[in-house]
Every structure is written in C-alpha cells, then in structure tokens.
Design a binder for this molecule. Structure first.
Ligand code: LLP
Length: 435
C-alpha cells in the first residue's frame, strides 16, 4: 500500500516529521533531509544534532531586521562554542562575543579575520586574557569595573597596543526572566551603575592606550518581554548624549544579547518576534547615528539543535511511571539547573496513545530529569527520543559527572551529516589524571 506523503514541521526549517503517522508506519523525524533514526544508528546516543539551515535562517532574520542601521552581529560564543558551529557562523561574515581567552582562541581557530569583529565581555578578565585580546586586535573591550579598567590600561601600555573600550552599564532594569540569568539590576554582579560609569569614562579618556568608543548593556537571557530592552536602551541613549556633551566620541552601542525563544508548543513566528525586538532596540537610538553591536546566542542556535537519547528502561514505582533514558544532566543541565522546559518527542511517531510520565537520566541524583509528569506518546524500551531546542546552553554546559563521556555532536546540511565533536572516550576523560 502506498502511503500518503505527509509532513509536519516541528521546528521549521530544521526539524520535520515525514510520512503519515500510524502504528504500522510511524511518521519519522528528520533534520533537514536526514532521518534522525539513521544518524543515531550511525553515531550512537546521546547525540546532539544541529541544523545548518536553521542557523543560517536566524542569521538572515537578524540581518533583515537590523538592515536600517550600521550594525555588526557578534554571535555569543558561550551559547554553543563547538568549532563546527563557530565555523558556520563565521562563514556568514558575522563577529563574536567572547567572555574568556578560551573562547577567543576558539574564534581565532576558525577565523583569524574575525578578530576585528570580536567584543570581549565578562566581569573577571585576567591580564593574560587581555593580552591575548590586545595582540589579536579585537574590536571592543566591555569594561565592568574601575579595577578592570586600570588593569587593561596597564596591559595595553605595556604592550603598546591601543584598546577600544565601552563601559558595560547596569541600567537597573528587570529582564523578567529566570533569576539566575537576569543581569541588569543593581543587586547583580554585572556592569556599572550609570552615574559611576560616567566617572569611568573620564578615567578611561586619560589613559594613553585606551580609546573611549562605546557603551554596552546586557540585561539577561531568555527575555520575552521586549519592553525591558527598550527601557534599558532608553537609559543607555541618555548616557550616550551626556557622554557626547562631555566630549567623548561614542561610536558604538553594544545592546548585548538576550532575545528569548519559544520552548513550549509550536514555535511562534520568529520574523515577527525579531521585528518587535528590533523596534524596541532601535526606537531609543533614533537620531544618535551610532554603529550597533548585538550579542545574540540563544536566538541564533537554540532551536537549531536536538539531543537524541534512547529509552533504556521503563519503570513504575507504585504507579508513578519513569522513562530512563541514556542522556543525563551531564549532557543537558538546563532542566536540573533552571527547571527549564524542553519539549520531548518520539523520533518515530506511530501511536496516538499517551501517558503521564517522568523522563530521567541514569545519574544518581533526583535532580537528574528532563521532564516531570509530562504527557507523552507511549514509547517502548529501545525507542529514540528527541529533546528539542537544546542548541544553546546544551553541550557547552556538559560535564563528566558520574564519569560519563561528553556526547558527540553532528551538524546536518541538506542531505549531509558531519561529526563536529566525536564522543568522548574513557581514555579522553582519564588522560589528565594520575593515580
Ligand atoms: N552577552 C552577554 C554579556 C551575556 O552574558 C550573554 C549570556 C549573551 C550576550 C547571550 O545571551 P543570549 O542571546 O544567549 O540570551 N545558561 C543559561 C543562559 C546564560 C546566559 C549568559 N549570558 C541558560 O541555559 O538559559
């Protein structure tokens, strides 16, 4: 019998079910033109799988939304720093936001040229990291304290290298997001309160190798209320006017990252979301004639990745049902750390029958879970599941807890799937230790 061709987009243009779902012929989940069951059979599980098309689409959406103003997109490396992802992003000609010497090394590994589009953020830069960044010729240092400013000045003077600086201000604006990833209030360690920032600019202007160039702000991550961005940028715009009146040549505004994605249900229309975000960011900057820098991470790669995991066992404890899968909190920490919600779907979807169940990993902690009391289609031992929207803050937060090797990572481009990080072996794990 010939099956009707049918497809259902889950995360367009990356992940889609193909085929009509029935017990006999389940619909199969694809990443672009590659069946996920096939990738898992070839490379094993747990396995991160990313879509090139999705990342390109997101980069294009940013370019479209901000085309009215001179701007540079600086992809936030911390969201996903696997070299294969950085290479793809670099090939689109964009820049990078780094927060450590290690991240800068990763960027330089994929593109020496990209250094001129790198911004360096973070509250704890060391002299060695500053030196690497100065020698690489990065675009901008985002300074977060008077002491850091002094160390940068001393390092730049010693090396006779000029450093363009922005002060990262703390605008005291609530990002209305999870408290662990909210950064723009005075109670947080990030940035400098605006009145104090003015003093730092005066100090910076007197340093021979520092060049005052911009103002930077980042209020948090997974922000869905774009009004918070607008509020922060209104305060930043006022500061830019005041600094210009004081004679500082402010050319850049770095508006940070933070745009949220939809983790639950069908994905909203990203073009619409980004248009609203662009309006919130650009409105307060009107008439300032500035070069805008943006540091998105999650909104570029978040929806572009899934984590494939196989069901090891089904188990029932006094009526409570568990699926024990082969991925764990060491592979994906977000549910355990933030109580984050990630949709979980069977890669082969045949039955319409559902059950209420917890999806948990093999690690010896009750906190090792991916979903609790979740309504899921009935699956069997050996079945393959996909945990969605794990492209950002997934593999980067991986660890070796319980002496588990880090998962492998694969990137798909059309009909091709390429390993960009091989599975970590026990030998890899033990090679730094002595007994
Ligand atoms: N710029 C700065 C200075 C940042 O601190 C961050 C994120 C970004 C840009 C990128 O933000 P995004 O566009 O990705 O929201 N592990 C957490 C998120 C931590 C965010 C840290 N900073 C999570 O899994 O939700």
């Amino acid at each position: 019998m010939k099956r009707a061709r049918e497809s259902q987009a889950l995360r367009p243009p990356a992940f889609e079910y193909q085929g009509a779902a029935s017990e006999a012929h389940p619909a199969e989940l694809y990443c672009e033109a590659v069946a996920l069951e096939g990738i898992a059979a070839r490379h094993g599980t747990p396995l991160y799988v990313y879509s090139t098309a999705m990342i390109r689409a997101r980069l294009n959406a940013f370019a479209q939304a901000f085309r009215s103003i001179p701007y540079t997109l600086c992809y936030s490396v911390k969201a996903n720093s696997t070299l294969g992802i950085l290479r793809l992003v670099a090939s689109a000609g964009v820049g990078f936001d780094v927060v450590s010497g290690g991240e800068l090394h990763r960027v330089l590994r994929v593109s020496r040229k990209a250094a001129s589009k790198v911004v360096f953020s973070g509250v704890g830069k060391t002299a060695a990291e500053m030196e690497l960044a100065l020698r690489s010729g990065i675009l901008l240092f985002n300074i977060e304290s008077a002491s850091e400013l002094q160390l940068l000045s001393a390092t730049a003077t010693r090396l006779k290298k000029r450093a363009a600086v922005a002060v990262r201000v703390n605008p005291d604006v609530s990002a209305k997001t999870h408290p662990y990833i909210s950064t723009g209030l005075h109670q947080h360690k990030f940035g400098v309160p605006i009145p104090e920032a003015q003093k730092l600019y005066a100090l910076a202007a007197n340093q021979p190798y520092l060049e005052v160039a911009g103002v930077s702000v980042h209020i948090g991550s997974q922000i869905t209320d774009v009004g918070s961005f607008q509020e922060a940028l209104e305060r930043v715009a006022d500061l830019v006017r005041a600094l210009r009146d004081q004679g500082h040549d402010i050319r850049y505004i770095d508006a940070g990252g933070g745009l949220g994605i939809s983790y639950e249900g069908a994905q909203g229309d990203f073009e619409k979301q980004i248009a609203a975000y662009a309006k919130a960011v650009l409105g307060p900057l009107r008439g300032l004639s500035l070069h805008l820098l943006l540091e998105p991470g999650r909104s570029i790669v978040g929806s572009a990745g899934v984590l494939l995991t196989r069901v090891l066992y089904r188990k029932t404890n006094n009526g409570k049902r568990f699926l024990i899968v082969d991925a764990a909190m060491n592979d994906l920490l977000r549910p355990s750390l933030y109580g984050a919600y990630h949709e979980i779907v069977p890669v082969n979807r045949g039955t319409r029958e559902t059950e209420i169940i917890d999806v948990v990993g093999p690690i010896c902690e009750t906190g090792d879970f991916f979903a609790r009391d979740r309504k899921l289609p009935l699956v069997r031992e050996g079945d393959l599941l996909a945990i969605l929207d794990v492209g950002a803050y997934g593999s980067v937060l991986g660890s070796n807890y319980n002496t588990r090797g880090r998962a492998a990572e694969v990137i798909v481009n059309g009909a091709r799937a390429k390993v960009i990080r091989r599975r970590e072996s026990l030998r890899d794990q033990l090679r730094m230790e002595e007994s």
